[in-house]
Design a protein around this ligand. Structure first.
Ligand SMILES: [Zn+2]
Length: 139
C-alpha cells in the first residue's frame, strides 16, 4: 500500500471514529439528563412512563450499535497498520477509496461485490425453481 493511500484511509477512519465517539457521548448525556429531569418532574401516568421507557430503550440500542461500529473501526485501524485493510477479499485488488469512504467495512471491491450479488440472485432463482419442481413431483 502506498503511503498516500495509507494516510488517507487512516485519516478517514479516525475522523469517523471521532464522529461516532462524540455522538455516543452526546447520547449518553441526553439519556442521563432525561432520566434526571424525569425524577424531578411530577409522577408520570403509566402510559407516559412506558413511552419514556421505550424511548430510553431505543437510545440505549443506538448507543450499543454505535459502540459496535466503533469496535469495527478500531479493528479496521489495526488491519490498516498491518497493511491488510482496504484490499478486496476476493481478488486482492485495492478497494477504491471512494467506496471505502461510503462503506468503511467493505471487504470486496465493486466488481467482486456485483458479481457476488449476481451469483446470489442466480442461486435464489435456482432454489425457487428446484422448490417448484419438488412440489410438482410431490403431487
Ligand atoms: Zn475484487
Amino acid at each position: 500500500m502506498d503511503k498516500t493511500r495509507y494516510e488517507e484511509l487512516k485519516k478517514m477512519l479516525e475522523e469517523r471514529k471521532r464522529e461516532i465517539l462524540s455522538e455516543v457521548q452526546e447520547k449518553i448525556r441526553d439519556v442521563r439528563t432525561e432520566s434526571n429531569s424525569g425524577k424531578k418532574n411530577e409522577v408520570l401516568d403509566s402510559g407516559e412512563s412506558s413511552e419514556a421507557d421505550i424511548q430510553e430503550d431505543i437510545e440505549f440500542a443506538l448507543i450499543q450499535m454505535k459502540a459496535e461500529t466503533l469496535n469495527r473501526i478500531n479493528e479496521a485501524l489495526a488491519q490498516l497498520e498491518e497493511g491488510a485493510y482496504g484490499n478486496c477479499f476476493e481478488c486482492g485488488e485495492e478497494i477504491a477509496e471512494r467506496r471505502l469512504r461510503a462503506l468503511p467495512f467493505a471487504v470486496r471491491c465493486k466488481t467482486c461485490e456485483e458479481a457476488r450479488e449476481m451469483a446470489a440472485k442466480r442461486e435464489r432463482l435456482l432454489a425457487q425453481r428446484q422448490q417448484s419442481t419438488a412440489m410438482f413431483f410431490d403431487i
